[in-house]
Design a protein around this ligand. Structure first.
Ligand code: SF4
Length: 631
């Protein structure tokens, strides 16, 4: 008997409206841990290279990691994986919240959609029985209206749905889960829209039996105590929650202002916790987790149940577009939840357009009368709607900043702050060199949580407790956040592999080492208590490394190389101009050397592709065959 997982994957053929099942072996569950690692094996083994992300034969995959969705703190996570329409490489959207639990109750460890329905449909899994239902009356509806209509028939269901942005294939459309939880950062909502799949609805069912339920309960009891002793976990717990980053380490590390043109910001007093209080509407809890990270914020004219605010939204829709008006940021975030769009990519696509306009690369005649100036008067609400509905200039911006620059021309490419075609994030990387390395080399494109931030390790301002778990990872000393060199590369490799493993298992990085509650050893304990497998920290870390290898291999198969691991020139040519790290910028030669060193440390060749010896080392011999096919 297997513990912790169902032992089967559901395939949904949307073209022919047929279901089938696949039963991975125990070795496959052990090797891949289910989740996004198992998902990328399906992409590599079952989908052809070079197909468009919107090709009907492209896969869209909802997977629980093997721990994800079980009833303990920090396990309310799942992933949506496929080919990203933003980058053309691997797309991975991770999401917290109740849907992770529902997916675990569905009777399947993963759901793979292929094909394309002729008419809009939704997948309903009721008491572990799947069926496709017409969603024609839901098509065109915002997320809140979609949820309301579905809940009328299935009141206890958990719902992952796209909004109009996904239907219109906005390349940074996301999937909104249970109204407030965003599966963002890879355009997976657009892939869902391309398949005419409006929603995935799960009700009833049960989680698979776990190996040691009593010990799992004990871990849960200890979690709350440890959480209360952890200053960073409590920063997540206390209001305003994730939205508060500008008033913590944002300022120490320098702020992204006006599309990274400057770091000067004389209005940070507009983002204080006290200012947030006016808009607070409650929590959007993750089941079985006491950390309550996701808070809801809305203005008086918004649907308060659509206000889930995540880290980075404030930065990208605030200082990044010159917007000091907190109410406008909060409203734009609610609109992102309603239309189903990544607020981070939205912010950086708008800031691209603002800078293009500032430099007259964008003709006034294209603006449709909207205000595109940096500042609080920018027409963010109108722009958000235009992009979601692909109206006028919005149709161009719906392609994302990099593609929009190609369309607009006039040398506007330099204003697109993107890597691999994916928009950057607003956590400054000239001051945090591990983040710089991560933004450049991550197969999925830039993510603010690609690794624990350099700030946390800084000799001056890092958290006191940072080193406790870090020493168990071999990180023995603090390093200034802006320092760049081999020691930092080594730290990045470890920290990125760690969170890669956390993601692969279906755990939450906001509950895990190096700075939150679970230590690496406790992650291994959890894995054992859920599955019954004898395991170790070594096996957990290897899983994270394997995820990185297979993600990079997928990108390589799709034509990526070292040329795609590039940051915008601005970070090398322009110094930080405000704050404690004013005068810092990235050194191009050192940065290139860091990338090459990182490839070597990971066992990748000079193009950034896993070497054959690495493939064999991680026991995925079938992947070496793919490498042979390419070479
Ligand atoms: S740590 Fe926060 S985001 Fe993660 S599962 Fe718990 S409440 Fe959700």
């Amino acid at each position: 008997m297997n513990f912790g997982y169902h032992g089967k994957i559901l395939y949904v053929d949307l073209t022919h409206k047929k279901f089938s099942e696949q039963k991975p072996t125990e070795i496959e569950y052990r090797r891949y841990g289910s989740g996004s690692v198992m998902a990328v094996t399906k992409l590599l083994q079952e989908t052809p290279a070079d197909i468009d992300a919107f090709d009907p034969e492209a896969y869209l995959m909802f997977f629980n990691g093997i721990l994800g969705g079980h009833q303990a703190p920090g396990l309310a996570r799942f992933t949506i994986t496929g080919k990203s329409p933003a980058t053309g490489g691997i797309g991975e959207a991770r999401c917290e919240g109740p849907f992770a639990m529902a997916l675990k109750r569905s009777g399947y460890d993963g759901i793979i959609f292929r094909g394309k329905s002729e008419q809009p449909v939704m997948l309903l899994i009721e008491n572990q029985i799947p069926q496709l239902i017409s969603a024609e009356e839901l098509w065109g509806q915002k997320v809140s209206d979609t949820v309301e209509k579905i809940k009328a028939d299935y009141p206890d269901s958990s719902i992952a749905t796209i909004g109009p942005a996904g239907e219109n294939k906005v390349r940074f459309a996301n999937i909104i889960c249970d109204q407030n939880h965003q599966a963002s950062r890879a355009g997976m909502g657009a892939v869902m829209g391309s398949k005419n799949l409006k929603a995935v609805v799960i009700t009833g069912g049960h989680v698979p039996e776990v190996y040691a339920p009593n010990q799992l309960e004990e871990i849960s009891r200890n979690f709350t105590k440890k959480m209360q002793e952890n200053v960073l976990s409590m920063w997540q717990y206390d209001r305003p929650g994730f939205g508060a980053w500008i008033h913590t380490h944002g300022i120490d590390a320098a702020l992204c202002v006006n599309n990274y043109q400057t770091n000067e910001c004389d209005y940070t007093d507009q983002y204080t916790p006290e200012k947030f209080a006016e808009f607070y509407k409650g929590e959007s809890p993750c089941p079985y987790c006491p950390n309550n990270c996701i808070k809801r914020y809305a203005t008086a004219s918004d649907n308060e149940f659509m206000g889930g605010l995540h880290q980075e939204a404030l930065g990208s829709l605030g200082p990044n577009i010159g917007n000091s008006d907190l109410a406008k940021i909060i409203k734009a975030n609610v609109l992102c939840n309603e239309y189903g769009m990544d607020p981070n990519s939205l912010g950086f696509t708008i800031s691209f357009a603002q800078e293009a306009k500032q430099n007259e690369a964008l003709d006034e005649s294209m603006l449709s009368g909207i205000n595109l100036n940096f500042g609080p008067d920018v027409d963010i609400e109108k722009l958000t709607e235009m992009i979601a509905k692909r109206q006028d200039l919005g149709d161009i911006l719906a392609e994302g900043a990099a593609r929009a620059a190609e369309i607009i021309g006039n040398d506007s490419r330099e204003y697109a702050m993107t890597v691999k075609g994916n928009e950057l994030v607003s956590t400054e990387c000239r001051s945090q060199t591990n983040l710089a390395l991560g933004y450049a080399t991550a197969a999925v494109g830039p993510r603010y949580d690609i690794c624990e931030h350099d700030w946390d390790y800084d000799t001056e301002v890092g958290w006191e407790h940072t080193m406790n778990y870090s020493r168990t990872l071999g990180i023995l000393e603090r390093i200034p956040m802006h320092y760049s060199g081999p020691e930092k590369v080594n730290d990045y490799k470890v920290l990125n592999n760690l969170w890669s493993a956390v993601d692969a298992l279906g755990m939450c990085i906001f509950a895990s080492a190096p700075t939150r509650v679970y230590s690496l050893a406790e992650m291994a304990d959890l894995f054992h208590q859920v599955t019954g497998f004898e395991t170790s920290s070594y096996e957990i870390m290897r899983l994270g490394e394997l995820k990185n290898h297979l993600f990079r291999l997928y990108n390589y198969r799709e034509g990526f190389s070292k040329e795609d691991d590039k940051l915008p020139d601005r970070f090398f040519e322009q110094e930080i101009n405000a704050g404690a790290l004013a005068g810092k910028k990235l050194d191009r030669e050192q940065f290139e050397s860091n990338i090459e060193l990182y490839y070597e440390m990971m066992g990748w060749d000079e193009s950034g592709c896993p070497r054959k010896v690495t493939i064999y080392d991680y026991g995925v011999d079938w992947a070496a065959g793919i490498l042979d096919g390419i070479n």
